[in-house]
Design a protein around this ligand. Structure first.
Ligand SMILES: Nc1ncnc2c1ncn2[C@@H]1O[C@H](COP(=O)(O)OP(=O)(O)OP(=O)(O)O)[C@@H](O)[C@H]1O
Ligand SMILES: [Mg+2]
Length: 489
């Protein structure tokens, strides 16, 4: 059956459907209209899904091939369904309310609905409805248009615009010639240029790196690798410098062609500044602590140790005089000798005299010998530092790191052999301490209760150096420290 809309039994096409249907003016009675079966193919062959449904029972009275193809129900299935059956259940109350409100509306109008296909897929449909009479019954003819993709795109672009507007990082986009195509509000505040001033103009005019950076090198990397992640210093419109962490990536069209680049630039000026402050404070604390240790060690050595040593000599004299006090003096001498040992050990631990008097190589050698003597380990020390002494802070830092590393060997490693190697490379000093002990999982050691490794790393970082811990359970531990030899006091 091919439906045809007629007015007063006259065949009309869809194009004058409205006239045919409306034909009335408010107040005038709507003349009876009948949908017959021709329609010049506009119903049957319409590429948009169409159907006619009974206004009272809501049953489908007729559907076209496009509706069958799009919704997946057969004609027979459709004709046993109502228009409620092509909707998610939650949509039905809205449908019923809508029909009640519009039952007398003779004009065609369009509204948006959620429809459900036979396979369960829910789609967004824009439906134009027109009230007609079909086989003598009040009915509506509907023409539906699937707008799911459009809605999704709208939702996505809304999501993207929201993100771009609210994100606190500058998001900058450009085409393959590095002409700016995107500049979000955060880019405006970060760089001081308004989007309207920069869009369509070369990115290099507005993303200005300070002289130390090679912009062309950066661009070459981005073009070649398709991505780039750098920390750079950029210059704001007002000339102020800001430290930026930039992550850029190439944009590719569906065809696979490269269409441009987008970069997310995070202003980390404040973060870096506070890190610098913390580092400077830490440096002061470490320096002051070292100075205090040196002072106490010197006082212990010069004052307490000297006094005890003098006492020892005098006690020996009393002993030799052979008086009655000999036994008591002998006894006293043993106590004083023990106290002197203790004081000297404390003084050495606080600040080994070898470090100040003979330099790092000798101090490390003595550290190794102490470990060998007290714990029966074999310790090999190799130092190639040349004639010239290293800066005092470098010596102290490397010594303290070695001290902690060897303390760890003593406490945790169960090792038989330890090697301490220190070399002076052209620009850095490298210290490697390696043991053949039980090792540990260096990647998982992030606990905040154990501060030894953390302190070693922080000491190295304070002088612009690095510390690498290589260890796996069962295969010993290797600590490698590199510190710039120059530029430290
Ligand atoms: N040479 C080593 N051999 C085996 N395990 C080690 C070695 N060095 C470190 N570890 C492991 O790494 C952990 C962390 O070491 P770290 O020096 O940070 O802390 P700690 O020695 O336990 O405590 P402290 O804060 O007193 O130094 C140790 O508890 C130990 O399990
Ligand atoms: Mg430790």
């Amino acid at each position: 059956m091919r439906p045809v809309l007629t007015e007063h039994s006259q065949v009309v096409s869809m194009s004058n459907l409205e006239n045919a249907t409306v034909g009335s003016h408010p107040g005038k009675p709507v003349p009876p209209r009948e949908v017959l079966f021709d329609f010049e193919g506009l119903f049957e062959f319409n590429p948009q899904p169409m159907w006619i449904f009974d206004l009272e029972t809501l049953a489908f009275l007729e559907v076209n091939d496009a509706a069958i193809g799009h919704y997946g129900f057969s004609r027979d299935e459709f004709l046993h369904m109502t228009i409620k059956d092509i909707r998610p259940v939650l949509e039905v109350p809205r449908l019923l309310g809508h029909l009640e409100r519009t039952v007398d509306n003779p004009r065609p109008y369009t509204s948006c609905w959620r429809h459900q296909k036979k396979d369960g897929t829910v789609i967004d449909s824009e439906v134009t409805w027109l009230k007609v009479v079909f086989s003598g019954r009040p009915a509506k003819v509907a023409i539906a248009s699937d707008v799911t993709e459009r809605k999704r795109t709208e939702a996505q672009s809304g999501y993207h615009s929201f993100l771009l507007a609210t994100i606190t990082d500058a998001v900058v986009a450009c085409d393959v010639d590095f002409v700016l195509t995107g500049w979000n509000p955060a880019a405006e505040t970060t760089y001081g240029w308004k989007a309207a001033e920069v869009l369509g103009r070369p990115a290099a005019d507005f993303i200005v790196e300070d002289a130390a950076c090679d912009w062309n090198e950066r661009i070459r990397e981005l073009v070649e690798k398709g991505r780039m992640c750098v920390e750079a210093t950029h210059v704001r419109r007002n000339g102020a410098r800001l430290r930026v962490e930039a992550r850029a990536t190439a944009l590719t069209a569906a065809s696979g062609d490269r269409v441009g680049y987008v970069s997310v630039n995070r202003d980390i000026t404040e973060r870096r500044r506070s890190e610098d402050v913390v580092r400077a404070l830490l440096k002061q604390v470490v320096g002051a602590q070292e100075e205090e240790r040196r002072r106490v060690a010197r006082e212990l050595h010069d004052d307490a140790a000297q006094t005890l040593a003098a006492l020892l000599v005098k006690l020996r004299a009393v002993e030799e005089a052979g008086s009655v006090a000999t036994a008591a003096a002998n006894d006293l001498r043993v106590h004083v000798a023990r106290a002197l040992d203790g004081v000297q050990r404390i003084a050495k631990g606080l600040r080994p005299p070898a470090l100040d008097d003979m330099g790092l190589a000798e101090a490390l050698d003595r550290l190794g010998m102490d470990l060998a003597e007290t714990h029966g380990l074999r310790v090999d020390t190799l130092a190639q530092l040349g004639e010239q002494r290293l800066p005092a802070t470098v010596e102290t830092t490397l010594y303290r790191i070695a001290q902690e590393a060897l303390a760890n060997v003593r406490k945790h490693a169960c090792a038989k052999t330890v090697s301490i190697v220190i070399r002076r490379a052209p620009a850095r000093v490298v210290l490697i301490i390696e043991d053949d002990g039980q090792g540990f999982d260096a990647d998982r050691n992030t606990s905040t209760e154990h501060l030894g490794l953390l302190g070693m790393r922080e000491r190295a970082a304070l002088l612009g150096g690095t510390l690498l811990v290589e260890s796996t359970p069962g295969s010993g531990t290797r600590i490698r420290v590199g510190i710039p030899a120059e530029g430290n006091p």
